[in-house]
Design a protein around this ligand. Structure first.
Ligand code: HOZ
Length: 432
C-alpha cells in the first residue's frame, strides 16, 4: 500500500501559504479527491515522491519530457550555461540557434518570437492576428485550453472543465464578447459563426489534437475544412501546438495532419520543461510584431539562456534521432492494445483515444469526439480508477479532462506493469 504521509503534511503546510496548496489548480486533486503527490525528483520514466515512493509517470510535466526526466544532455546544457549567469535581458547566440532549429524542424515558420509560457504564446498570437487582420473576434473550440489569458477562459477545458467553472469572475463581458466558441469537430458550426460575423473574425485557434478534455482527435476533413474556410475568409488559422509541437513529429501536428497553419504556438517542450513558449509563422504576418511592426509584445525573460540551452539540447536530440517518434508511437500502441484487452474483459463501457504518444481513456459507451461527449463520460469512475492506479505506482493525470503523455524512457516492462495495474485496479473497483 502506498502511503502519502509526507505528501499529506506538505499539502497541509502548502495550504497555509499557497492558494489551495498548489500553483496550478488541476494539481490539487480536487476532482479526483485525496492528497496531491508531492514530487521530490524524477529520472527517466519515473517520479519519486517525498515519501520515497516510485511511480511510472504518464504526465511527463504535461508533455515536454519526451525523452524522459533529467535527460543527461539537457541537464549538462543547463549546468554549463548556468555558469555564465541565469539571465541577461539582452540578445544571445542561443536565441538565434533556437530559432534556426525550430525553423529547420517545423513547417511554415519564417520568424519566431520567444516568450515564457504557452499562455503568452497564444495570447500574443491572437493579438498579432487581430493587429494583422484589423478584426476583433476569434473562434476557439469548447474544451480547448489555450492558457489562462482572459479571452481564452470561455468554455475552456483542463482545470476549468475539471472543476466545472463556467464563468470566471474577473473576466469582463468586454473581454469575453469577442471570443466565439464552437464544438470541436463541428465544421458546420464554425462556418455558421463565420457567416454570422462576416469580416469580423481575425483567427481560429485550435489544439490540432486536443489534450485538455482528455485526448480528442480531429475527425477526417475537420482541420482541412478549417484551413479552407480560413483561406477563403481571410482568417488566420492558429495551431496551439503547446502539447503536440515536437511531440507528434519533428514538425508537430502540422506535419502529421498535413495542414499548414498561419501561426503556430509552442510551449514547454522547447525548453525541455523550463518555463518557455514561442509563437511563429510566415514572415508577412510575423513582421507586424514590434519592433518590425506596431503589434507590441515583449518580455524581460523571453529567450532566457537556461531555457534556450535546455530546449536546444532536447530538440537537437529529437532531430538527430527521428526514429524516436516511431518508438514512442509503438509504445503508445502497445499500451493502447493492452488497455483495450483488460478494459474489454471488464465489461465496462470505455473509449480509448490515441494519436502519436498522446492517449486517454474515457469511461463512455459512445465515441468521445468533443467536449460534450467527454463531459458525458463517467468521470466518477475515472477518479476511482485514477486512485487505484496511483496505489499501484502509476501516475496518471488527476483528471479525466487531461491527456496522458508517454515518454521514450518508458520500457516495455513499464508498459506491462501499467497494463497489469489497470487490470488489478479494475478488478478492485468492480469487486471481481
Ligand atoms: N492545465 C495544464 C495541463 N493541461 C495543467 C498544468 C499544470 O498543472 O502544471
Amino acid at each position: 500500500m502506498y502511503a502519502y504521509t509526507s505528501s499529506k503534511s506538505l499539502f497541509e503546510r502548502a495550504q497555509q501559504s499557497i492558494p489551495g496548496g498548489v500553483n496550478s489548480p488541476v494539481r490539487a486533486f480536487k476532482s479526483v479527491g485525496g492528497t496531491p503527490v508531492f514530487v521530490a525528483k524524477a529520472k527517466g520514466a519515473y517520479l519519486y515522491d517525498e515519501d520515497g515512493q516510485k511511480y511510472i509517470d504518464y504526465i511527463a510535466s504535461w508533455g515536454p519530457m519526451i525523452l524522459g526526466h533529467a535527460y543527461q544532455p539537457v541537464i549538462s546544457a543547463i549546468q554549463k550555461k548556468a555558469e555564465d549567469s541565469t539571465s541577461f535581458g539582452a540578445p544571445t547566440l542561443l536565441e538565434i540557434e533556437m530559432a534556426e532549429l525550430i525553423k529547420s524542424m517545423a513547417p511554415n515558420v519564417d520568424l519566431i518570437r520567444m516568450v515564457n509560457s504557452g499562455t503568452e504564446a497564444c495570447m500574443s498570437a491572437i493579438r498579432l492576428a487581430r493587429g494583422y487582420t484589423g478584426r476583433n473576434k476569434f473562434i476557439k473550440f469548447e474544451g480547448c485550453y489555450h492558457g489562462h489569458a482572459d479571452m481564452f477562459l470561455v468554455k475552456a477545458g483542463s482545470g476549468l472543465a475539471t472543476f466545472n467553472i463556467q464563468t470566471v469572475p474577473g473576466v469582463t463581458a468586454g473581454n469575453a464578447q469577442d471570443t466565439l466558441t464552437a464544438p470541436y469537430n463541428d465544421l458546420a458550426a464554425v462556418a455558421q459563426l463565420v457567416a454570422e460575423h462576416k469580416d469580423e473574425v481575425a483567427a481560429i485557434i485550435i489544439e490540432p489534437v486536443a489534450g485538455n478534455m482528455g485526448c480528442i482527435l480531429p475527425q477526417e476533413g475537420f482541420i482541412e475544412g478549417l484551413r479552407a474556410l480560413c483561406t477563403r475568409e481571410g482568417i488566420l488559422l492558429i495551431f496551439d501546438e503547446v502539447m503536440t509541437g515536437f511531440r507528434m513529429a519533428p514538425g508537430g501536428a502540422q506535419e502529421v495532419l498535413g495542414v499548414d497553419a498561419d501561426l503556430v504556438c509552442y510551449g514547454k517542450v522547447i525548453g525541455a520543461g523550463m518555463p518557455v513558449g514561442a509563437f511563429g509563422g510566415k514572415k508577412a504576418i510575423m513582421e507586424h510584431i514590434a519592433p518590425l511592426g506596431n503589434v507590441y509584445q515583449a518580455g524581460t525573460l523571453s529567450g532566457n539562456p537556461l531555457a534556450m540551452a535546455a530546449g536546444i539540447a532536447l530538440l537537437k536530440e529529437l532531430q538527430a534521432r527521428p526514429e524516436t517518434y516511431k518508438e514512442l508511437e509503438e509504445k503508445t500502441l502497445y499500451l493502447r492494445d493492452g488497455l483495450n484487452k483488460v478494459l474489454s474483459a471488464s465489461g465496462l463501457d470505455y473509449v480509448i483515444n490515441q494519436k502519436g504518444s498522446m492517449i486517454s481513456v474515457h469511461f463512455s459507451a459512445h465515441p468521445v469526439t468533443d467536449f460534450a461527449t467527454a463531459a458525458a463520460a463517467d468521470t466518477a469512475f475515472f477518479n476511482r480508477f485514477f486512485h487505484e492506479m496511483l496505489q499501484r505506482g502509476i501516475y496518471l493525470p488527476p483528471s479525466a479532462f487531461e491527456s496522458w503523455f508517454l515518454n521514450n524512457a518508458l520500457s516495455y516492462a513499464d508498459l506491462d506493469e501499467t497494463i497489469a495495474a489497470a487490470q488489478s485496479s479494475l478488478a478492485a473497483i468492480l469487486g471481481k
